[in-house]
Design a protein around this ligand. Sequence first.
Ligand SMILES: *Cc1c(COP(=O)(O)O)cnc(C)c1O
Length: 471
Amino acid sequence: MLRYLRRLSGRDYALDRGMIPLGSCTMKLNATAEMEPISLPGFADMHPFTPAADSEGYRRLVADIEGWLAEITGYDRVSIQPNAGSQGELAGLLAIRGYHHSRGETGREICLIPASAHGTNAASAVMAGMRVVVVRSREDGTIDVDDVRAKCEQHSDEIAAIMVTYPSTHGAYEDTITEVCELVHGVGGQVYIDGANLNALVGHARPGEFGGDVSHLNLHKTFCIPHGGGGPGVGPVAVREHLVPFLPSHPDHPEVDKQRGVGPISAAPYGSAGILPISWAYVRLMGAEGLKRATSVAVLAANYVAVRLGEHYPVLYRGQNDLVAHECILDLRQLSKESGVTVDDVAKRLVDYGFHAPTMSFPVAGTLMVEPTESEDLAELDRFCDAMIAIRAEISRVAAGEWSADESPLRGAPHTARALVGEWERAYSRELAVFPAGIDPDKYWPAVARIDQAYGDRNLVCACPPPEAFA
Ligand SMILES: *Cc1c(COP(=O)(O)O)cnc(C)c1O
């Protein structure tokens, strides 16, 4: 078993190996000290419906975290019941809906959502029984405030909420955020601030103070719970006082006052409680000063990448003073047009250079989004920038006609160890294929070469023996 697990981890590219520059995902390296407690029997072996008298420790853990998160976000109350950011969104929108209905305003059904929003926002709004009206973005990627004003005037009695992400998924702080909040409040709507990008705010600004009525956070982003592969998450929902009565409840909640209400948003009263010790330890180990510094370093790292790579790839959106927030979008669309090299090629070529791919074609098709987080030191940031710059030079060689896009190492990427032996008929050397940044004894070797993108998702390919083989 140990050898099997070791083999799987050898094939995996995780943060213990190097940078995972996924934009919008906040992939941080989690301290082993933060991870250790979740395997202690006292935490690991507790049943979700353990009687209150036998789960005092967990309740203390939950109360600590909910209290700290309220302080960090500037809201009055937090519920850690939702199991994901998207579930936190649904819980928050149901709270807004419950609030409007309690005041007899049942006609408020419209949720304004900027074009730059994460896909889950619109999905959650529809699940909460709302109608989505999209707010335009301006040329620079920020919310079009005039469009917000127009939509507020047009639908004033019907507006339930606006869902706005701050800083936005375009990687910029929108300096009109307070104005947007005021416009929506002005017509009786509520403001949902998507707090998944809190890594760009913690210790510096509080969404509950600049206009939000409700937010969700992602403990599996900002607060260090490892994620990827759909593993368990925690998406706490944080609200101001008037929405407290509409937070998730649970008929079997250990706290009597939380048994009745709008009902559960996830199966267990405390959601994914088993992974809360990670975030608890993170906050305690960092302290207020450490959390604030982490935010500064994360934003600094993103700006460092934007400045170094900005000379080689256009950075699509920048905010005030040409700065970005916690992530930046590299625009490859013109380069792709000129050379035929696609974002997919660049993402896969990065694997040869020893990196996980960045976020591709989200939120803008044909771009790459990079979020370094505070986890990466200068050496790793430079290794990443150097790789991207070397790839840019490879694209130039394609554009200059030295290789066709199809024959280039970009299209051939990623290259496995198998490429080192046997026939080799490609237009570039084996060395350039597998050691583009120089010979490295610790190189990450991908286990499989390129597979055809979405083909495998849409066509079932069975690798097991046919039933006849067992006859
Ligand atoms: C990640 C993210 C979400 C959704 O969180 P999940 O836990 O994946 O459901 C929502 N909004 C934004 C801006 C995000 O980055």
